[in-house]
Design a protein around this ligand. Structure first.
Ligand SMILES: NC(=O)c1ccc[n+]([C@@H]2O[C@H](COP(=O)([O-])OP(=O)(O)OC[C@H]3O[C@@H](n4cnc5c(N)ncnc54)[C@H](O)[C@@H]3O)[C@@H](O)[C@H]2O)c1
Length: 253
């Protein structure tokens, strides 16, 4: 019997990269997995890459940053797979946010992209699934955050603010829910291989790379392995925490 047999998981932003790695590990651990993404074709393509699907899979496209679409999307997942036991809030890189840069040069009209997705989007999903989890006296909320939520990282200040905000929310809600059988934790990532590939061989990337004691970048399935553990019975006494996975780095991202 696999660790998460019979459990139902929703992973947001699972169409590629970190979210796909998380979905792959959850499926391998026996969970039924709903793969959310803003882009339906991306969610479907990701689903087709998952080899181990004994628990069942569902492509579940919806916009995490829109409350009505979150409510409708989660209702569909629960109709087709069953009540959600494990929520992984992974979607966190908003489209349309514009280039990163110093706060002093930022356009206030652009700030909402990161806040809408990382803070409101995550809150919409948590608020929608939490009553059912509490009623069933079991649930896991796992938030994908960033080292930039707890350390100063130049040029990503709005993203940092949103990640710090959602980590703060989790810590408080974890206490409110501490006797309900529902745990809420965050995993804060350092620089991952998928982002580095998109950056190309830049001097900035080389600088970050040189600060990673392990001398390599993170892989999506390594994050998935930690998600599986947090979702398991074994992690039942862990709540309100942020676990950093970054090769020992002191550099956020
Ligand atoms: N990759 C890194 O180096 C890194 C570092 C630190 C933290 N993180 C965090 O890891 C998470 C995943 O990052 P990634 O690099 O895999 O991102 P990514 O951009 O490669 O993939 C994220 C997916 O989320 C989807 N998405 C975007 N907006 C959405 C929305 N409104 N609704 C539903 N889906 C949406 C995208 O379509 C995309 O397929 C994020 O929370 C990010 O902040 C990543």
């Amino acid at each position: 019997m696999a660790e998460l047999d019979g459990k139902i998981a929703l992973v947001t932003g699972a169409g590629r990269s970190v979210g796909l790695g998380i979905a792959q590990e959850l499926a391998q651990a026996g969970a039924a997995v709903a793969l959310n993404d803003l882009h339906p074709e991306r969610a479907q393509a990701a689903l087709e890459q998952i080899e181990s699907a004994a628990g069942g899979l569902l492509a579940a496209p919806f916009d995490v940053a829109n409350l009505e679409s979150v409510r409708a999307g989660i209702a569909r997942v629960e109709r087709e797979l069953g009540p959600i036991d494990i929520l992984v809030n992974n979607a966190g890189i908003p489209e349309g946010a514009g280039a990163a840069g110093p706060f002093v040069q930022s356009d206030p009209a652009q700030w909402h992209f990161n806040i809408d997705l990382n803070l409101y989007g995550s809150m919409y999903c948590i608020r929608t699934v939490l009553p059912g989890m509490a009623q069933r006296k079991w649930g896991r909320v796992i938030q994908i955050s960033s080292g930039a939520g707890s350390r100063g990282v130049p040029n990503v200040s709005i993203y940092s603010a949103a990640k710090a905000g959602i980590e703060g929310l989790l810590r408080s809600v974890a206490i409110e829910m501490a006797q309900s059988g529902v745990t809420l934790n965050a995993i804060a990532l350092g620089l991952m291989a998928n982002t580095a590939e998109r950056m190309g061989d830049s001097a900035y990337l080389q600088r970050i790379f040189s600060t990673i004691p392990m001398g390599r970048l993170g892989q999506p399935r390594e994050i998935g392995a930690c998600v599986v553990w947090l979702a398991s019975e074994k992690a039942g006494y862990v709540t309100g925490q942020t676990i950093h996975i970054n090769g020992g780095s002191v550099h956020g991202r």
